[in-house]
Design a protein around this ligand. Structure first.
Ligand code: GDP
Length: 296
């Protein structure tokens, strides 16, 4: 995992600070510069990097530190806290309600991993005891229904779709209503994507959202675009009420850190991350445990 390299570099910077005979402001600044370099290389926006440096420095008031305070631990704690803050959207995700039909609409550009993530998300919840179903309302991409059907069948998740219907909104309504009648608790609607952000896509998302009235809209985003994720997340948020984000392909991209921090900066919580092509290459995202693991 490329993100692991970022973790290693941050750890190395912390270790250099810890190993210094005297820990003074110059040593801390040197550590922060090393951390900043690593974050910038992971495509984290310079604005967030500067913020992190200032906040750590503001927390470590050398002249006020009482004798006997473990400076190393305190500074390390401040770095960890600020790395967590970098990934914290400040908003809680929409909670799912057990025993109720939760309709979850997935949106995102084509190729970002939307269909794969729908099935991973369904599989994850099904294993946790949720009665889960998938609706394929992607009529734009040829083969979308086949892909969903194959993966859903593999995971033994009921699905709904059509080879002939061309109206995605009609398909979504039919699928959602059918699964509501059968008392499904989690009805996941996979929608069409487009190659780029374009009017037709956003119009379709708005119509779909009005028609199926989702409990949550999940925006699926490819981490390889790094901090450009900010613009994309904002564009989707301005057309549909995105409640949470799934960031995919964190297994292979040096810009993962940039994407995660950029999305969090837009105020949408990241709820899951995709770390591979397989059904189980999928993890709930929690800032504390993510940073904990990043730093080993
Ligand atoms: P969609 O057009 O947004 O529905 O995208 P797909 O779900 O078809 O995914 C596009 C490609 O990305 C496929 O080859 C997936 O296997 C791959 N993919 C999706 N998520 C991940 C991930 O987390 N890691 C990796 N390495 N590949 C992924």
């Amino acid at each position: 995992m490329v993100l692991g390299d970022l973790g290693k570099r941050i750890n190395r910077a912390i270790r250099l600070m810890s190993d210094a005979t005297v820990i003074d402001e110059a040593v801390v600044k040197e550590m922060l510069n090393e951390i900043a370099k690593a974050l910038l290389e992971a495509d984290v926006n310079i604005k967030y990097v500067a913020q992190l440096k200032n906040r750590v420095l503001n927390r470590v008031k050398f002249e006020e530190l009482a004798a006997g305070v473990n400076k190393r631990k305190m500074i390390q704690g401040a770095v960890v806290d600020e790395l967590c803050a970098l990934l914290d959207s400040g908003r809680d995700p929409v909670p799912l309600k057990k025993g109720k039909p939760n309709v979850i609409m997935f949106v995102g550009l084509q190729g970002n991993g939307k269909t794969t993530s729908c099935v991973k998300y369904a599989h994850y919840h099904q294993r946790k005891g949720w009665k889960t179903a998938l609706v394929c309302a992607d009529t734009f991409r040829a083969g979308a229904f086949d892909q969903l059907k194959q993966n859903a069948t593999k995971a033994r998740i009921p699905f709904y779709g059509s080879y002939t219907e061309t109206d995605p909104v009609k398909l979504a309504i039919e699928g959602v209503n059918r699964f509501k009648l059968d008392k499904f608790e989690l009805i996941i609607v996979d929608t069409s994507g487009r190659h780029k952000q374009e009017k037709a896509l956003f119009e379709e998302m708005e119509q779909m959202s009005e028609a199926v009235n989702p409990n949550d809209v999940i925006f699926v985003m490819d981490s390889s675009i790094g901090q450009a994720a900010e613009d994309q997340a904002k564009a989707f948020r301005s057309s549909v009420s995105v409640g949470s984000v799934i960031v995919t392909k964190l297994d292979g991209h040096a810009k993962g850190g940039g994407a995660l921090s950029a999305v969090s900066g837009t105020g949408s919580p990241i709820t899951f991350i995709g770390i591979g092509e397989h059904m189980t290459d999928f993890e709930p995202f929690n800032t504390q445990s993510f940073v904990g693991r990043l730093l080993g």
